[in-house]
Design a binder for this molecule. Structure first.
Ligand code: FO1
Length: 315
């Protein structure tokens, strides 16, 4: 079955590994978030596209959830010695990805071509598409630490440098109104036989994808069933700052809130068996709930959850 998945970073990687184990690689297309992209040491870093690619290549550092398994950080140490900022840890082999991408972008290649080349070089046969070739950056407004007033942080400054420990006042997707879906994105949604919304942060991983004009309309017009996996279990995020960011956006921190964030096109939502109380709220929104084991502590459970997605009603 031809599957198009919409994915962010760490939460999505587990399900994508599970889906890749169940599908022919050419039947899987992943549309990745680029709102987390950042410039580090003058290099273009695209964390979610890299996490997706590394996961599908079987090379992701699964303990950290980002970067390459077994990577070293000698260059990082040398950069620290030179007084460079080192709060964003770039591994030595990971650096090669950023160097190659920055060089290709600098030579005029669009992000979608560069992303496809990196995936192919790492032996990934599935298609990895950025949501857009145009710049879209998630911005986080936090309570001003100084009298100068509120501070707008990049996503990485918020998530990594501040460890998401600051009070968030607003989330914005800079550049989104002018962004166009990357080549192949709308077609991948229109031609899919199943569309999967991975268990990523609804605000800062899936949100930027939905902020690209044309993508929500493509999802609304899609023939394929759209199946989501809730990143919220028992009222908290499985990982990361999703709960705090959902509250800032006025989205209930529950599977019902996730369904609201993905209305009106979400058809099915896989929720944890412990969230049975959410069933009426989901049905009331026209979303079919599927109760299952949501957590994926190992590869067997990644595959098991992927199978549940592929067996979902309407697929
Ligand atoms: N996350 C961290 O918490 N600390 C880091 O030092 C860090 C470095 C890093 C380098 C490359 C990369 O692709 C991801 C990295 N991440 C790091 C994770 C990153 O912030 C998140 O994967 C996404 O931005 C959120 O999904």
């Amino acid at each position: 079955v031809k599957v198009t998945a919409i994915a962010g970073g760490t939460g999505a990687a587990k399900l994508l590994r599970g889906l890749a184990a169940c599908l022919a690689p050419r039947d899987l297309t992943v549309i990745g978030n680029t709102g987390d992209d950042a410039e580090v040491w003058g290099l273009y870093v695209s964390p979610d596209l890299d996490t997706i690619t590394y996961a599908l290549a079987g090379r992701l550092d699964t303990a950290r959830g980002w970067g390459l398994a077994g990577d070293t950080f000698r260059c990082l140490g040398a950069m620290a010695e030179l007084g460079a900022e080192t709060w964003f840890n770039l591994g030595d082999r990971d650096l090669a990805t950023h160097l190659a991408r920055t060089a290709a972008l600098g030579a005029g290649a669009p992000l979608s071509i560069v992303t496809a080349d990196i995936a192919r070089s790492l032996g990934v046969d599935a298609r990895v598409l950025p949501m857009s070739d145009d710049p879209v950056r998630t911005r986080i407004r936090v309570a001003g630490a100084t009298a100068a007033g509120d501070d707008w942080l990049t996503f990485q400054e918020y998530f990594v440098r501040e460890k998401a420990l600051v009070e968030v006042l607003e989330v914005a997707y800079a550049g989104a109104p002018r962004a166009r879906p990357a080549p192949g994105v709308v077609e991948a949604i229109a031609e899919a036989e199943l569309i999967v919304i991975c268990p990523s942060n609804p605000v800062t991983s899936i949100g930027p994808v939905l902020a690209v004009p044309g993508i929500p309309a493509a999802l609304t017009a899609a023939r394929a069933p759209i199946v989501g996996v809730s990143p919220i279990v028992s009222g908290t995020a499985v990982s990361g700052p999703a709960a705090q960011l959902m509250r800032v956006r006025g989205i209930p921190v529950s599977p019902v809130g996730v369904a609201q964030a993905y209305a009106p096109w979400l058809g099915v939502l896989l929720i944890d068996s412990g969230d049975r109380a959410c069933v009426p709220g989901l049905l009331a929104q026209g979303v079919t709930p599927v109760l299952t084991e949501i957590l994926m502590p190992d590869h067997e459970r990644e595959v098991a959850l992927a199978r549940r997605v592929l067996e979902a009603p309407g697929v």
